[in-house]
Design a protein around this ligand. Structure first.
Ligand code: SF4
Length: 359
């Protein structure tokens, strides 16, 4: 039986139940989810499904990540809420490709772990499945492992196996709506110019879950714990003089009360240039290089290959800014004289992230 898999939390318990109920079947997992965005999140969910299938001894096939074709299919339904037409199209595509795969592999039956999700309408899934049974001749096995305490057991299994728990369905449209309802920034959709790993980002999670695989392979004990922290995202910012942009690098956690200010650099204290508004600090690139132990040749080089967050905090500390300090720090090649305009649009917000603790 081909089992379309959407994520490890849904598949780990589901596959075990299928094995109990269909002992004569050889189960083959099929990860086909081009709806998942961004790609880092797709990699993360796949990584955890691979780990789960390995633990259960179930073969897994990865389908194509044809994201652009998926986008094309849902065009016009971007703003439709979950469980609406967009989701029906999304299921159809995943089912259709899974049905084709089942036929290609000579499997007579198929099912999907989407049946586990409380966000999905079982009736909608069954209707779609019936259509493909007629078209592809593959029987859809519709099981209900949610009722009768199934959801609770699924959660217990997920906890026991330390599975990755995503906090949105998968696509950028559902994510954006969910974050709007929560009044939270959709920081999963941020992609920094320099490709650095931002705190609480998908990239950070992916690195952590890859590291845990390595720990497991080496037999090192670990725990995954959650922590609350102050997160930050820079949306947009610039420094201008006489309507010309002054190349600048804005350090993370730089925050302004109002997004825009005008003023000038007033004085220098121990190599740090103080602006007369918004507690803004300027550093020359040369001074920054010395503090960070780097050798950037230009602001452009710094922006395209910025240091890690730890190094940034080190620079902030070395100029006397403690862990709670949100003063803007701007690096420029030379300190501009005269009037400047500064614009910084950023958000800082309480967030939760996971951490690996070695035992
Ligand atoms: S909300 Fe989920 S099911 Fe609906 S279209 Fe997006 S990824 Fe697909």
């Amino acid at each position: 039986m081909l089992v379309h898999i959407c994520c490890s939390v849904d598949s780990h318990f589901f596959l075990q139940r299928l094995r109990e109920d269909f002992p004569e079947e050889r189960l083959v997992g099929f990860f086909y989810d081009p709806n998942i965005h961004p790609y880092g999140e797709y990699r993360l969910r796949l990584l955890d499904v691979e780990r789960s299938c390995r633990k259960l001894g179930i073969e897994l096939i990865e389908g194509p990540y044809d994201f652009e074709r998926w986008l094309e299919a849902v065009r016009g339904y971007e703003k439709v809420p979950e469980k609406g037409v967009r989701c029906e199209i999304c299921f159809d595509r995943r089912f259709e490709t899974s049905a084709k795969k089942a036929k290609e592999l000579g499997e007579k039956r198929m099912t999907t772990t989407l049946l586990m999700s409380p966000r999905k309408s079982q009736e909608q899934l069954k209707r779609t499945a019936e259509r493909f049974r007629r078209e592809y001749g593959v029987e859809f096995v519709s099981v209900d492992y949610r009722s009768g305490g199934g959801t609770q057991r699924q959660q217990e299994e997920a906890k026991k196996a330390r599975l990755y728990r995503q906090n949105y369905c998968g696509c950028m449209f559902g994510l954006r709506m969910q974050r709007e309802e929560q009044g939270r920034l959709a920081c999963e959709l941020f992609s920094p110019v320099g490709g650095e790993t931002l705190p609480g980002s998908i990239e950070e999670r992916l690195e952590m879950y890859e590291k845990r695989l390595d720990l497991e392979e080496r037999g090192i004990s670990y725990e995954i714990v959650r922590e609350k922290f102050l997160n930050y995202r820079l949306k947009f910012g610039w420094v201008r003089q006489k309507k010309r942009t002054v190349p600048s690098y804005i350090l993370p956690y730089s925050t302004m009360k109002r997004r825009y200010t005008k003023g000038k650099v007033e004085r220098e204290v121990a190599g740090v240039y103080l602006f007369n508004r918004e507690e803004i600090r300027f550093l020359t690139l040369e001074r920054y290089n010395r503090l960070a132990g780097r050798a950037y040749g230009s602001i452009g080089a710094l922006i395209s290959d910025p240091p890690s967050m730890e190094e940034t905090f080190g620079v902030r500390r070395s100029i006397g800014l403690g862990p709670w300090d949100l003063s803007p720090v701007l690096v420029v090649e030379e300190i501009p004289e005269g009037k400047l305009e500064i614009f910084i649009e950023s958000e800082h917000f309480p967030d939760v992230r996971e951490k690996l603790v070695l035992l």
